[in-house]
Structures are given as C-alpha cells and as structure tokens.
Ligand binder design. Structure first.
Ligand code: PAF
Length: 294
C-alpha cells in the first residue's frame, strides 16, 4: 500500500487491499467498484463519479487482463498510460487504486479453470466474433469481485453485452443481492464517437472516418419502423463498408436479451449494435432505440 498525492491510496497486492477494505466495511462504509483496463478517458471518470455518488468509498482497478484477448496482437497493442491514469484518477477524487501484476490476479497461472455458463451471450455478437472473450472477462471480474467485495459495481453501457454477461456472472456467483450492478451511460466526443481506450489507436484519417458509426446508429434510430428489419440491417452494414469499415456485425436486437430481431412488432425495446474495424482498430458501439421506449 502506498499513498499517492494527498488523497489516493495505491494497492498492488490483493491481500492488502482485501484486508484494508474489510476494515472499512466493518466501520460501516459501503464500497463502490469500477474495474478498468486503464487508458482512462472521461467515460471511465464518469463511472468513478457514479461509484462515489452511490457508495462511501470507490475502488478503481487497472489491469489489462490477458485472458480476455482472443487476438494476441490486440493485447500487445492495448494502450497503456498508467502515469496519466493515476493523475486523472487523483483529480477525480478516487480514494483507492488497485494496480495488480498478472501473478497477483492469477497466482495459479492464466489457464482457465472455471467455465461460466453465460448461455446465448457466449455465441451472440461479441461472443461469436471474439471466442472465449467473455469467459476471460468473467474469470477476471470474478477474481476482482472476490477481492473487493463491492456493494456497488459500476460498468459502462458502451459494452452493452459485457454488462449483461456481468449481470449473469453475479447470478452465477449468487451475489445478486450482495452487489448491485449500476450501468453508466456511454460518453461521446463532440462528433458522436463513443469514448473508448481504443480510439487512441486511430490515426487522424481513421478518426475522421470513425464518426460514421454514430451517424449510422442515429440513422437506424430515426428510420426504424415496425415490420421486417432485414433490409435496414443489410443497408446499414453496406453503408459502413462504403465508409471504409470492415464490418463484424450491425445488429438490431432485443434490448432485454440481445436476441436478433427480424420482424419488429413496434413494441419490443430494441438496441442497435455495431462492431467494425478501421484497418487494425476494432470499434464497438450501441444505441437503445428510443422509438421503442416511448
Ligand atoms: O471493460 C473492460 O475494461 C474490461 O473488460 C473489464 C471489465 C475491466 C475486465 O477486464
């Protein structure tokens, strides 16, 4: 444990953090937790604010989890900016930072022992394009949850499917009553691009192109009508390809369980989701379609 600046305490060891938090809990304080992989931006900081607003103390973890990268090149290129992250967290008033080494999170090594039954989330959308990704996410989040034992877990809605996976993980752990999952809204740049650590990897030309995703989602939100959605999905995907993307998926799905919707009754709440590459950088985004929510 080390004190950084005036306000933040840094922990590198799981046992030290767990002991410290145990003391806080016994003195009646509630704990909010924001797990991250670093390369922090305003979106993360808004989650920290949410944690501080709903619990007495907030813990932020920074750990680039090797077991959730299905593509080794993506892992190697994942942006790391720990010094800057620490400054941002300190400015945001984060009391506790957990910055573990791989051996601290995976003392037995990084092989997977558990298999998490996350049902169709395993094979839909991100699950289908990033095999094993959500198993790795569950593995690390379970480990972090067991160290931090938070009252409130705050996660960003930009990773819509991941939020569902974590809700299922809490169920599998029997922790639905113990830890409340709060979702933070997606923060966007002025031109609509969803904030993401991966945006740092975009070159100026790609950064200009990237706004097409938000334009597309807004267009779907505007144009969607009850009935068959096949043409809208196909047209949307082709539009992105035309803008220079390699598209993994453009999907319009039930907001409740992500099952793809082919014929829309005009009532089922929907979410539109996109995953697409600009050269080497894979971007994801989503939008709840508000016509369905009215
Ligand atoms: O969303 C992320 O940054 C990661 O998937 C998470 C939840 C921190 C687990 O490594």
């Amino acid at each position: 444990m080390a004190r950084i600046g005036l306000n933040m305490i840094l922990f590198k060891h799981a046992n030290d953090l767990a002991l410290y938090l145990d003391k806080q809990r016994k003195s009646g304080l509630t704990i909010g937790f924001v797990p991250t992989m670093g390369a922090l931006h305003e979106g993360h900081l808004s989650l920290v604010k949410q944690a501080l607003a709903t619990a007495d103390i907030a813990v932020v973890s920074i750990f680039v989890n090797p077991t959730q990268f299905n593509d080794p090149a993506d892992f190697e290129k994942y942006p790391v900016s720990t010094g800057q992250d620490i400054q941002l967290l300190e400015q945001a008033g984060t009391p506790i930072l957990f910055l573990p080494a791989v051996s601290e999170i995976y003392p037995q090594g990084t092989d997977r022992i558990n298999n998490y039954d996350i049902g169709r989330l395993e094979t839909l959308l991100e699950g289908s394009f990033r095999p094993g990704h959500f198993q790795g996410v569950c593995q690390v989040v379970e480990r972090l949850l067991r160290i931090v034992e938070p009252d409130v877990l705050v996660m960003g809605q930009k990773d819509y499917q991941q939020c569902m996976v974590i809700s299922r993980l809490l169920q599998l752990m029997g922790w639905q009553e113990r830890t409340r999952l709060l979702l933070g809204p997606t923060l966007r740049e002025a031109d609509g691009l969803a904030m993401s650590s991966r945006n740092r990897r975009l070159n100026p030309e790609e950064r200009r192109q990237s706004t097409a995703i938000y334009q597309l989602l807004s267009g779907i939100n505007k144009d969607i009508r009850p009935g068959n959605l096949q043409a809208l999905k196909q047209h949307s995907s082709a539009w992105l390809v035309n803008k220079g993307f390699r598209v993994d998926y453009v999907e319009i799905a039930s907001a409740a369980d992500l099952s793809p919707v082919e014929d829309w009754d005009g009532k089922t709440p929907l979410v539109a989701l996109v995953a697409a590459f600009l050269n080497q950088v894979r971007l994801i985004d989503n939008m709840l379609l508000d016509k369905t929510i009215r």
